[in-house]
Write a protein that binds this ligand. Structure first.
Ligand SMILES: Cc1ncc(COP(=O)(O)O)c(C=O)c1O
Length: 435
């Protein structure tokens, strides 16, 4: 184990100082741990009372109620068996039904061999399982510079591996596959790469061409004698709003890419089925090195062993609710309706930008976006944090600041209020520019 102080986050150092002599009882992992009050969670809390709240990674209807499907809601009156243990691998029929749905949504996955999904307590837990199964202290987690901040808490602070970031976008707005390749080729034998599309925070999914470049970049990198575990964080799967954007998970591409690549697909009910608090996710494993059915069984047992050693098993109630929803004949129809709500919001954002060329000329540059719950803008010539603070104070509008960008969660703002949101953003930036 490397010296924990070398990577100690300031918030962890602060907690250790507050603990005083108690901190001496902590493990190296315990000493590195902290609660990320300052990031998305802290900023979200500051915006709690705002009239317009675009901070949250959930989705709301235009009337501000949670955007939830009836097929999930109605299942709450379940058979008594929903109170029995589900087992560390998860409910067998849920795993099979989910695999069937994955292949239906991703025809490319029907053409490759991969494990049965293991049930995780949603995607965060799936990431932690991956970190513990694949990342040693000398290994690097490779992530884009624009990515979800919890990756660092899990891989660096909880599990203790190193982080290497690559540039997300080129100046042209294309995904920077060259930068990804360079990061993977850095010193060290094994890398864990996380690819998250649609992306949090940018709301970006690769075009067909970008997708090919990404897979090619990883394939070239592994030829330099690297092992790469490619983790596809498909949390926002299916929420793609533009033609020409790659609609399927890249999981199947990596399953057949190279025998120096292991592919892991993390997905679940959280974002794509609008059931954030249900805490049901899945981890599926594949790769060219898996040639025998026993190998799939073995990796499933490794993952289930990890679940057993941490939380024993995931909520049986949650798994039964999800299973009931997937077997409900109305499920797909309801899902399409919810998709339409988010697509309407996305279209409205595009429309607002067309109607107001001054926004993007004078006040902010939108980052590439075409999918998901969010979009990001880069304020021109002013500090994004100052914009965020002014928006709360004067305009009762909550946004998130991440990696020098303002993230707007259009999934939470009623369509009819999006104009007001961007008008507030424009005014706040102009005010700071002339201050
Ligand atoms: C990119 C990404 N991955 C994973 C998650 C975690 O989702 P879950 O609630 O399923 O743990 C989030 C949640 O915000 C996310 O944005």
């Amino acid at each position: 184990m490397k010296d924990p102080d070398s990577t100690l986050h300031p918030l962890a150092a602060d907690l250790n100082a507050k603990l005083g002599p108690v901190a001496e009882f902590l493990s190296a992992t315990g000493k590195r741990m902290y609660f990320p009050y300052g990031g998305i969670l802290g900023q979200g809390a500051e915006a709690k009372e705002c009239a317009l709240n675009a901070t949250i990674g959930m989705a709301f209807e235009d009337d501000n109620t949670a955007l939830v499907m009836d097929s999930f809601k109605k299942a709450i009156n379940l058979d008594k068996k929903a109170y029995l243990y589900a087992g560390s691998f998860g409910l067998q029929n849920l795993r099979e039904v989910w695999k069937g749905l994955q292949m239906q949504k991703n025809p490319s996955m029907a053409k490759v061999q991969y494990s049965l999904p293991i049930v995780t307590s949603a995607l965060t837990h799936g990431l932690r399982v991956c970190a513990e199964l694949f990342a040693d202290p000398e290994d690097e987690l490779v992530i884009p510079d624009l990515s979800w901040d919890n990756y660092e808490l899990i891989f660096r602070d909880a599990v203790g591996c190193k982080i290497r970031k690559f540039n997300t976008f080129m100046r042209t707005g294309k995904f920077d596959a060259e930068s990804l390749k360079t990061a993977l080729q850095s010193k060290g034998d094994k890398k864990v790469l996380i690819l998250n599309f649609p992306n949090n925070p940018t709301g970006y999914t690769p075009t067909e061409e970008d997708a090919k470049n990404i897979v090619a970049a990883v394939k070239t990198a592994v030829r330099k004698n690297k092992k790469v575990v490619v983790v596809l964080d498909d949390a926002y799967f299916g929420l793609v709003y533009e033609p020409g954007v790659h609609k399927e998970s890249l999981f199947a591409d990596f399953c057949k890419a190279d025998d120096r690549i292991i592919a892991v697909k993390l997905d679940g009910t959280t974002k794509e089925d609008y059931a954030w608090g249900l805490r049901i996710g899945f981890a599926s494993f594949g790769g060219k090195l898996f040639t025998e059915p026993e190998q799939f069984k073995a990796i499933e047992a490794k993952a289930a062993g990890n679940v057993r050693s941490s939380i024993s098993n995931c909520s049986s109630l949650g798994q039964h609710i999800a299973l009931n929803a997937y077997l409900d004949p109305q499920y797909q129809k309801q899902k399409d309706k919810k998709f339409a709500v988010l697509k309407r919001r996305y279209d409205m954002v595009r429309k607002i930008f067309k109607e107001h060329p001054e926004y993007t000329k004078v006040a902010f540059r939108p980052m590439p976006f075409n999918s998901g719950y969010f979009m990001c803008v880069k304020p021109i010539a002013v500090d994004p944090e100052a914009v965020r603070k002014l928006l709360i104070r004067k305009y009762s509008t909550g946004v998130i600041v991440l990696s020098g960008l303002v993230r707007i969660s259009f999934s939470t703002v009623p369509t009819g209020k999006l104009r007001k949101l961007f008008d507030n953003l424009y005014r706040a930036i102009c005010e700071l520019q002339t201050a």
